[in-house]
Design a protein around this ligand. Structure first.
Ligand code: AMP
Length: 120
């Protein structure tokens, strides 16, 4: 599978589609999900062209992998949902059985309320 440069998140990264930005650095962009499933629902994406977590781990530079994960803490602190607050959930859908719709790697961050059971 090759990376589809016309996926929605690629368009957001190029500024061709708007987003409600939460956080950005040289490696990562985070924005509110357009169809939130919980009180707080944020999407976190690497700026590089990676389809999913497998593709990312196999192809990204170490600094990209480190920065992508470190960004989570900055984002949840900014949203006041870190482990020092009430906490949150991180989730990444991968492939067909994972239910991935947008083929650019993303983490979902859920919080702001009790998230409930892990899988429903
Ligand atoms: P997934 O099923 O893991 O690929 O999730 C894709 C997510 O992207 C869904 O939660 C959508 O609501 C969200 N989404 C789709 N288009 C946009 C957009 N333009 N801005 C923000 N979130 C979006």
């Amino acid at each position: 599978m090759t990376y589809d440069k016309n996926n929605i998140f690629a368009k957001i990264l190029r500024g061709e589609l708007p987003c409600k930005k939460v956080y950005e650095n040289d490696f990562v962009l985070a924005f509110y999900d357009i169809n939130p499933q919980k009180k707080i629902h944020v999407i976190v994406i690497p700026k590089g062209e990676y389809i999913d977590l497998d593709h990312f781990i196999q192809n990204a530079k170490d600094i990209e992998i480190i920065e992508f994960n470190k960004a989570i803490l900055n984002i949840v602190k900014k949203l006041k949902i870190s482990s020092k607050d009430n906490g949150y959930r991180v989730l990444s859908n991968i492939g067909i059985d994972g239910g991935q719709e947008v083929p650019h790697l993303h983490y979902h961050i859920f919080g702001g309320q009790n998230i409930g059971k892990m899988v429903v």
